[in-house]
Design a protein around this ligand. Structure first.
Ligand code: ADP
Ligand code: MG
Length: 696
């Protein structure tokens, strides 16, 4: 398998060079794993008259009735016509003209195959694969012929999709089954009726029918997902087994006191479940590393707070890091008021904390007097030292990098428990593959009594009616958000757009009848804060903003969210923005304004937003529409680079693979059982075997 590709019959040094350069095929193994992108049923011959543009690849049979070279220099080409009983098709060659002229003969019957294109309504095949009827019958193609994608450069040198197929055919002539040992345990193969690895690799290239192809693909996808889940599970298991954590042995009076006397509402079942999961982690003696997902407004903050109370009960301090000052302030206010009757010192540390106050805070932290520290990334700085940090919470974790999380780990000798929270719902499948090293909890239920936000799509033309509606809401005492898109290519443009938008809104809502706040990324922090606070306090009616408002801000009295040029936003971001309204008891609205003409994808996004308020559903859709690479909040992770598997589509296989991987490790964490020997061998021999290195 590791033989250099030039050892294969039919591959000389020249071809080997091209295969390496163009397709990164260096070895037999690389070739074996170069899968076809489709198969053509070569037993099917289309009547020429039935060839239509939607057909893509076609195979036709007929007599060659003419052949001539036309054009000069660069437009020089060989044009031939093939005719069957139903019609005529043009065959064209731009290269290898002399050679083709030599082997083809007018008056003889041929079978031609290629990608069909249409010119002036007439079908053509350029550079078709062509054989005489006799050759075609002799090669006796009763199976589906694989088609491989190749580059133009390769095609020009005669290494087309078909030639790659021939190389694979050669490869299978020399390969033996023992060179491709089964790596999955027999019981999994049996239980799920999977093809063997050897068979799957043969049949993904050369299946005899569609069904064989499909089971080959299923087997190979399963293998990919299973091995990736197994690696993650082993990493988690290793952390649980070897990574010492602070033992929070009890839930004590602080927690219970708060729970029974000061908790302002009953917890939802989802919140209770998550608290239980956290409790279990922290009581296990190993470090907790948990990702907590919950839609906007699902109540993650109170879960974080109660987790911190458990830390206090066990004699430890906690901290919570938020991505913006606005958000940190908000958490601080909320915690202070919720804990006002309990004797717990909470402090706020941000970039704007004055030097004297900062000094006092740092001192009290070291002495252990401050039990809960709320802050921005100011709190990961080295000067911030705790007496005993037992728990670190990261809010809206997608705004932070792994490095920042790692800094929190170092704030105690035994690393503190970590709870990372995100309101960007990541589809479960994506979380499983991109954040597989974290344990995972989800609050999948909103607190009761929320009326869902009504979302509508309005065209620019309807602006006057929209403005009238806004006025009627302001008359009722409500507040309004106007969001303008972030135009990434140009910060300047974004600013100008926002200013124009602001002037426009002002023209509709003049002072002194209406007051407007504005917040944007270029504004100094203190000014941002002032504007924000005016809106929070209800001194202004309208907030005009870019997406800086996106994260976490809580103004329950705001009931209308207008999103300008909403076709320019992604689904997850629209959902995040919409989460700013519907936080109070009043009925709320989200109005998606768009240009009169928008593209198909944008239309679909808008329509999904109008139909659904379920963040997880929206995230699944987002994943489907955009693919995993682009989803906000995911780390660009090698874990997502699957050869075949597609986590948006293969969710079912993924779930199964994870379940089996987890079960297997519970029964045999070191893979010492003889039945798992092949698997262990496979993992050990992987050159990316860093995981194994870590745990063995
Ligand atoms: P998020 O998950 O987006 O951070 P928050 O924690 O800010 O959501 O909660 C949103 C609002 O819901 C807050 O005003 C909070 O007090 C309230 N809330 C949280 N849990 C409950 C509950 N179980 N019942 C009623 N209200 C709740
Ligand atoms: Mg929050």
């Amino acid at each position: 398998m590791s033989n250099p590709i030039e050892y294969l019959k039919g591959v000389g040094p020249l071809r080997a060079d091209m295969l390496k350069k163009e397709l990164q095929i260096f070895t037999f193994e690389d070739l074996l794993y170069y899968f076809p992108f489709k198969h053509i049923d070569k037993t099917k011959i289309s009547p020429i008259a039935a060839v239509v543009p939607s057909m893509d690849f076609v195979q036709v049979r007929g007599r060659l009735i003419s052949m001539e070279v036309i054009g000069e220099k660069r437009s020089r080409r060989l044009v031939a016509y093939l005719r069957d009983g139903s019609g005529m098709i043009e065959l064209t060659w731009f290269q290898g003209i002399n050679w083709v002229q030599k082997i083809l003969h007018v008056g003889i019957d041929y079978v031609a195959f290629g990608r069909v294109s249409f010119f002036l309504g007439k079908p053509q095949l350029s550079h078709p694969e062509i054989e005489t009827l006799k050759e075609s019958n002799e090669s006796g193609k009763s199976f589906l012929e694989p088609i491989y994608s190749v580059t133009e450069k390769l095609k020009a040198r005669g290494l087309n999709g078909k030639a790659i197929g021939k190389l694979l055919y050669q490869l299978f002539l020399v390969l033996e089954e023992k060179e491709i040992p089964e790596n999955l345990p027999a019981f999994i193969i049996q239980q799920d009726k999977l093809s063997s690895k050897w068979l799957a690799l043969q049949q993904i290239h050369f299946p005899q029918n569609q069904q064989q192809y499909e089971s080959a693909v299923r087997r190979l996808k399963f293998e990919e997902l299973f091995l990736s889940q197994l690696r993650w599970s082993m990493m988690r298991a290793a952390r649980h087994r070897f990574m010492k954590g602070i033992l929070f042995s009890k839930v004590g009076s602080t927690f219970n006191n708060f729970f029974h006397q000061y908790l302002p509402f009953p917890l939802t079942n989802a919140q209770k479940r998550v608290l239980k999961e956290i409790r279990q982690d922290m009581g296990s003696g190993t470090q907790m590393n948990r990702l907590l997902q919950g839609d906007v407004g699902s109540g993650k903050t109170i879960v974080a707070l109660m987790t911190m109370l458990i830390a206090i009960d066990n004699g430890y301090q906690s901290c919570i890091m938020a991505p913006t000052e606005i958000l940190a302030n908000q958490h601080f206010d909320q915690f202070s008021s919720l804990l006002s009757s309990l004797d717990i010192e909470v402090a706020l540390l941000t970039g704007s904390t004055k030097a004297a106050e900062r000094k006092a805070i740092l001192k009290k932290l070291q002495e252990g007097e401050i039990k809960i520290l709320v802050g921005t990334h100011a709190l990961i700085e080295d000067v911030v030292q705790f007496k005993s940090l037992g728990l670190a919470v990261v809010d809206e974790q997608h705004k932070f990098g792994v490095a920042q999380r790692a800094k929190l780990w170092k704030k105690n000798i035994i690393p503190p428990h970590m709870l990372v929270m995100t309101a960007t719902p990541i589809p479960r499948t994506l979380a499983m593959t991109a954040y597989g090293d974290l344990d995972y909890s989800a609050i999948d239920e909103l607190p009761p009594g929320r009326t869902p936000v009504t979302t509508v799509h309005r065209l620019d033309d309807a602006r006057p009616q929209v403005m009238d509606f806004i006025k009627s809401e302001i008359v009722k005492g409500r507040q309004i958000y106007f969001i303008f898109p972030l135009i990434e290519e140009s910060e300047k443009l974004q600013y100008e757009d926002l200013m124009r938008g602001y002037e426009n809104v002002k023209a509709w809502f003049p002072e002194p009848q209406y007051w407007i706040s504005m917040v944007h990324g270029r504004m100094p922090a203190d000014q941002k804060e002032i504007n924000m606070q005016r809106f929070v306090k209800g001194e202004t009616h309208i907030m005009v903003s870019t997406t800086v408002i996106e994260v976490g801000v809580n103004v329950p009295n705001a009931t209308v969210m207008i999103i300008e040029s909403s076709e320019k936003f992604g689904l997850s971001q629209l959902h995040q923005l919409r989460g700013r309204v519907g936080r109070g008891s009043e009925k709320s609205y989200c109005i998606l304004l768009t240009a009169n003409n928008i593209g198909k994808d944008a239309k679909e996004r808008i329509s999904i937003m109008c139909k659904s308020t379920d963040g997880f559903k929206i995230a699944e859709k987002d994943l489907e529409l955009r693919g995993p690479g682009d989803i906000q909040g995911t780390r660009q992770s090698g874990a997502l680079n699957f050869r075949l598997a597609d986590i948006a589509q293969d969710r079912e296989i993924l779930e199964k693979a994870k379940k089996i991987a987890d079960q297997l490790l519970i029964s045999d964490p070191d893979l010492n059982h003889p039945a798992h020997a092949s698997l262990k061998h496979h993992l050990q021999s992987e050159n990316s075997g860093t995981v194994w290195g870590k745990i063995s």
